[in-house]
Structures are given as structure tokens and as C-alpha cells.
Design a protein around this ligand. Structure first.
Ligand code: GUN
Ligand code: FE
Length: 446
């Protein structure tokens, strides 16, 4: 049981950015107990909840707390390729760089080392919840689950399925792909992780036949499992899907026919979805993972997030490493703004692009909605789990300069645009501090 005193910044459905100064937030059993102004009643509240003085953390001037970041789409297995192979289009990039690195995870030692490194990296960057693609290898994917569980991060993890249009060295037979997925789901259940859940992961319609996708759709629906896949990322891919599934009316219809679209489905990219397709996605309450760095780096295109919001579709942010070169959700926030500004330049003055408040919400509450976890995480609502970051704009090495006339909102905005892992002091998931230096910087008054 502990409490934090200082400035809290979070979002609600109504407000993209709420700033609460001089507030106290109490945590018990990993959950938010109370959040109230520091006034005369505070001592009573602390006593009521048996929180003693030595368990109160006081944030320093300019420090503030935000909800942990949610990465709705990240290929843990592509981490060795971050910053490599840039300039290639999606389909050739997959063949040249991606499938070869993913095939290496058949080696459990390589898998253990690589997965440990990527998990440590994204936690340092403030990702408290992630939705991971692993590889087709079941044992290596289970190893990823163990590593995530051991690190204390909250996650969905998927064993990838691919049974067509894939190289001989990285491909499964349909039956084997389905049976291995069942083994993966059962084994995850056996291991009784607290915060790690399985995610059904047909890579995309290009590499999955309809029979396999239907079996996976059935499996997900029967056991209420999450599903993740890619959709409408590039024009070439969309044409290929049309050719491969001539009986389907659209790319979205392929997944609809397979029974893969539910409230627990995360669709990465969605750049070239038609209005009709967005209607289907809305009706199924599936969410979209916007991966702006990847969309620019492999030159897939620009997702119009505002249009998705107008159609009432939930949109969160994804790093999509290594299509995107950065493992940081702060980078995704900035690239989402650049993408939106580019659309505004194309469309003219009537278009209002996303601002820093919008992307802050997408990185937290928005991501939680896409993962169907917004009843558990995403903001500082009482009763939700305490997934949070302590931000220090003046941390050692910080690129942020704070000036006397800066307001709290100015400094939050500076953090969105200039912040990095040096500004993220502590990373809490379900009330547990995962950072390597617990409470070194914030003041603890005993
Ligand atoms: N579509 C199918 N597989 C992938 C992948 O690994 N990365 C990206 N960005 N798109 C994909
Ligand atoms: Fe991806």
C-alpha cells in the first residue's frame, strides 16, 4: 500500500488531457484506491487506508505522473532489425529482412537473448502494456511469455500463423499451424501468468488460407481470445488480397468471412480501408492500431485517424518494430502528429489535425480501448490497475529545457515532443515498480 503526491496527467472519454495538480493517489493490491486533492481531508484518507507516512512518495517540482503507455502492435521478433532494411516496400521487405530474422527464433537461445533485450528496452521507454507478434515457433513464443511475465509487463502475445505464400524455410502446414496454436493457448493457461494472455495471430490474409483463418476465428470466438492481424497496409498488398480471395467483397470481408472480427480484434494499419469496410469494423467493435513510424518508413501511406474517429472506431498507437524503427511510444505520438499534419497540408484549412493531447490519449486510454482493456487500465480512474510512469522533465541528460514562464501543460507538451527514456524515472505495472532504480529520484518523506 502506498500513495503518490504531486501532479497527475491523464485522459477520459470527454477530455484528451486532464491535469490534476497537488493531488494524492493511493494504491493497494495494485489498484487505484483513491485520487483526491491534497487538502485538510488527506490525512484522514491516508489513515483510513492505513497508509503510513513512509509509504507516501512526493513528486518533485515539475515531475508528473502519466498512465503507462500501451503499444498496440509490436513484433518482438523483429527487434534485431530496428533501423535496418529501410527504404524497401512491405512485400519485398518481408521476404528480404523479416522472414529471415523471424526464422532464427527456432533457436531458443537466440530467442531468449533477443526477447529479453526487447522487453527491457520497451519497459524503459514506458510501455506498460504491449500486444506482441512473436514468430511461428511455439516454444520460442512461450519463452517470450515467460520473459514478459518475469519482467512484470502486461501483454498479449501471439504465436504467428502462416500457411501460404511464405518461404519454405518459414512456413507451416495448415493442420500443424492450428494444432500448435491450440498447444500455445493451452500452455499459456497452464502457466497461470498474472498479466500475460494469448492472442490469436494470423499474420495477414496474404500468408493465411481461408481454412486456417476460419479455424482460428472459431477458436478465438469459442474461448473469447484476442485476435491480431494486419489489414490494408499497402496498395500492393490490397491488390494481392483481392486476387487471392476473389469471392470476398473487400479485405475486411476476408476477415469477416473467417469470423476473425470481434471486440477483441486488433487490426494493424488500416490505411486503405474504404468507408464500407470501416462500417463493418465499427459494427464488430474491432480496433485499429495506428503505426505511423512504420507507415512512413516502409512508405505504406498515411492513415487518416480523424476519419476513423468520425466513424467511431477505437484507434491506439503501435511502434510496429521493425517496420517502424523506434521502440518508443513517444516516437509514435510524434509521428502520428506529423502524419496528421501532412494530411492537413494535403486537405487544406478545413482539416483539423491531431494535437499533442489527442496522441497522448491514443497512447494511453485509446490503446487500452483497442485492446479491450479499458475497464482495467488506460487512466487513473479509481478501481483500475495502477499502470503508471513518473516523468521528470529535468532528469539527467534530458533534452527538455523548462523555463520559468512554462505552464504545466507547456511542460507536458514538451515531454510529448522532446521526451525520451531518460525522462521516465519509474515504470509501474499493477502497482509494482519495474524500473531498475526504484524511487531514486522522487522524494520519499518518512
Ligand atoms: N504485414 C504482414 N506481416 C507484416 C510485418 O511483419 N510487418 C508489417 N509492418 N506488416 C506486415
Ligand atoms: Fe506489423
Amino acid at each position: 500500500m502506498f500513495a503518490v503526491v504531486g501532479t497527475f496527467v491523464h485522459s477520459s472519454d470527454k477530455e484528451p488531457l486532464i491535469t490534476l495538480q497537488n493531488h494524492c493517489l493511493g494504491v493497494a493490491n495494485g489498484k487505484i484506491l483513491f485520487l483526491q486533492k491534497c487538502d485538510a481531508n488527506l490525512q484522514t484518507t491516508l489513515r483510513q487506508h492505513n497508509i503510513s507516512a513512509e509509504n507516501v512518495i512526493y513528486l518533485q517540482e515539475w515531475q508528473f505522473m502519466v498512465p503507462g503507455f500501451v503499444d498496440t502492435h509490436i513484433h518482438a521478433s523483429q527487434y534485431p532489425n530496428c533501423g535496418k532494411g529501410i527504404g524497401e516496400g512491405l512485400l519485398s521487405w518481408l521476404q528480404k529482412y523479416t522472414f529471415p530474422v523471424e526464422a532464427k527464433f527456432a533457436d531458443l537461445e537466440f530467442a531468449t537473448d533477443t526477447y529479453s533485450r526487447v522487453i527491457s528496452r520497451v519497459i524503459k521507454n514506458g510501455t506498460t502494456t504491449a500486444c506482441y507478434f512473436a514468430t511461428i515457433d511455439t516454444d520460442a513464443t512461450l519463452r517470450l511469455c515467460d520473459i514478459v511475465d518475469n519482467a512484470g509487463q502486461r501483454a498479449l502475445v501471439g504465436k504467428v500463423n502462416m500457411d501460404q505464400n511464405s518461404p519454405e524455410f518459414y512456413k507451416e502446414e495448415t493442420t500443424q499451424s492450428y494444432q500448435n496454436t491450440i498447444r500455445f493457448v493451452k500452455e499459456v493457461a497452464n502457466r497461470k501468468y498474472k498479466l500475460v494472455k494469448p492472442c490469436i495471430t494470423p499474420r495477414f490474409a496474404v500468408t493465411c488460407g481461408m481454412d486456417l483463418m476460419k479455424q482460428l476465428g472459431q477458436l478465438a470466438q469459442t474461448h473469447h481470445l484476442h485476435v491480431q492481424t494486419h489489414i490494408c497496409e499497402t496498395k500492393d498488398e490490397c491488390s494481392l488480397v483481392q486476387k487471392l480471395f476473389p469471392e470476398s467483397t473487400s479485405y475486411t470481408d476476408v476477415y469477416e468471412q473467417a469470423g476473425l472480427l470481434t471486440r477483441k480484434t486488433i487490426l494493424a494499419h488500416g490505411i486503405y480501408l474504404s468507408k464500407e469496410e470501416r462500417k463493418i469494423i465499427k459494427s464488430r467493435q474491432s480496433g485499429i492500431s495506428h503505426c505511423p513510424n512504420s507507415n512512413l518508413t516502409i512508405r505504406s501511406g498515411l492513415l487518416d485517424v480523424k476519419a476513423c474517429f468520425e466513424d467511431n472506431i477505437a484507434v491506439g498507437l503501435g511502434t510496429d518494430i521493425s517496420g517502424g524503427y523506434s521502440p518508443s511510444i513517444l516516437d509514435a505520438m510524434r509521428t502520428a502528429i506529423s502524419t496528421s499534419n501532412t494530411i492537413a497540408l494535403q486537405q487544406g484549412t478545413d482539416y483539423t489535425p491531431l494535437d499533442y493531447k489527442d496522441v497522448f490519449r491514443m497512447a494511453t486510454l485509446g490503446g487500452a480501448k483497442v485492446l479491450d482493456m479499458d475497464e482495467v487500465i488506460g487512466n487513473f480512474e479509481v478501481g483500475k490497475e495502477f499502470d503508471a510512469l513518473i516523468i521528470d522533465p529535468k532528469a539527467a541528460g534530458s533534452v527538455i529545457d523548462v523555463f520559468e514562464n512554462d505552464t504545466v501543460e507547456d511542460v507536458i507538451q514538451k515531454f510529448v515532443f522532446l521526451g525520451d527514456d531518460r525522462n521516465i524515472l519509474n515504470v509501474f505495472v499493477a502497482g509494482r515498480d519495474l524500473s531498475e532504480k526504484p524511487f531514486v529520484e522522487p522524494l520519499i518523506i518518512s
